[in-house]
Design a binder for this molecule. Structure first.
Ligand SMILES: Cc1cc2nc3c(=O)[nH]c(=O)nc-3n(C[C@H](O)[C@H](O)[C@H](O)COP(=O)(O)OP(=O)(O)OC[C@H]3O[C@@H](n4cnc5c(N)ncnc54)[C@H](O)[C@@H]3O)c2cc1C
Length: 302
């Protein structure tokens, strides 16, 4: 049986490259100072979906919510083999916390009517690992976290999941949402032919910006007509990144952006991990007894 699949991917600042001016004085990340990358585990989520399509057939749609610059990760997803790419972008989505983000994603995913949704386990910037489970809850889908292996059996999935000390296998009825670990699979290399083809894929906001730059003196109607002409051409060539706003996905604004975000940031603190006191105990019975005595006294054990 062929499956309709959605993969949620996020563009994130490369938090491994935090140096110099990458942190602001208030402790927040200066996103402009860091390269923007495909959230690592979202690549594994995409790979898991592509493998299901290879074995059983179906379609893979990648979905991201972000600024128009997030089209970059959608282009990469098309290069890797996604069939369709959708950007949700809307000024009214700014200041969304995880609850609002998962609400907006849920509105979009619902309209795609998937059998399977794949998310990364965690994004390397927000780091909460909340969006996948919240999305499953809102969609009413079976949720399986920490996926490391997947085999489809009709309307059921056999999932190997990491439980920290080992793995367990669970059966999940469809529709289902999986959060995928980095250890789930090896990524396929990008084919040069596809890199060349999909580097030309564009979304509506990118096209509008290009027309504005190229035709600064043109009348607004002429510019709008040129944008429509270019979008139609991209669609014909299979190079259109679809762009949806909150109205198109039928989102209730009360659940989006700041209005839909109960999280309040009270304080941001830089934590510097440092070593504590160093004590050495002799490697004999007396030494072990002294160590245990001290750990009990400190309430570390006992
Ligand atoms: C008060 C507050 C205000 C915020 N304001 C903004 C803001 O204005 N702009 C902003 O960009 N961020 C904002 N954020 C951050 C934003 O809420 C999170 O980045 C977002 O909800 C994802 O959470 P996370 O990074 O912890 O993802 P996780 O829950 O760790 O992500 C798990 C998986 O969910 C999926 N996923 C997560 N986010 C997306 C996405 N956007 N699109 C598609 N799939 C996704 C991916 O598959 C990802 O691997 C704000 C956060 C708070 C608390």
């Amino acid at each position: 049986m062929a499956y309709s699949m959605v993969v949620c991917v996020k563009q994130v600042p490369d938090t491994k490259k935090i140096t110099g001016n990458a942190m602001r004085e208030d402790g927040t990340v200066n996103r402009a100072a860091l390269p923007a990358i495909f959230n690592p585990e979202d690549r594994n989520a995409l790979e898991a979906a592509l493998r299901v399509r290879e074995e059983h057939g179906g379609t893979v749609t990648v979905l991201t919510m972000g600024l128009p610059a997030a089209c970059e990760v959608l282009r990469e997803a098309l290069v890797r083999g996604a069939d369709r790419a959708v950007l949700i972008t809307d000024r009214r989505a700014a200041a969304s916390d995880t609850l609002a983000t998962s609400y907006i994603l849920a509105c979009a995913v619902r309209s795609l009517k998937p059998d399977l949704v794949f998310c990364g386990r965690q994004a390397i910037d927000g780091d909460t690992a909340q969006v996948g489970p919240q999305l499953a809850e809102k969609l009413g889908f079976t949720l399986v976290t920490y996926l490391e292996g997947l085999a489809m059996e009709g309307r059921r999935a056999r999932v190997k999941r990491n439980v920290g000390s080992g793995t367990e296998t669970v059966l999940a009825d469809l529709p289902a949402l999986f959060t995928v670990m980095e250890t789930a699979n090896e990524l396929r290399p990008a084919a040069m032919r596809k890199v060349m083809r999909f580097k030309k894929a564009r979304g509506a906001a990118e096209v509008a910006k290009a027309v504005e730059t190229e035709q600064p003196g043109a009348a607004p109607e002429a510019r709008a007509a040129e944008v429509q002409r270019r979008l139609a051409a991209l669609k014909d060539q299979g190079l259109l990144i679809e762009q949806w706003g909150l109205d198109e996905i039928g989102a209730d604004l009360a659940w989006c952006g700041g209005a839909g975000s109960p999280t309040r940031v009270h304080r941001i603190q830089s934590i510097v991990l440092a070593g504590g006191d160093y004590r050495e105990f002799p490697p004999d019975l007396a030494g072990v007894q002294a160590l245990i005595g001290e750990l009990i006294e400190d309430h570390t054990i006992g």
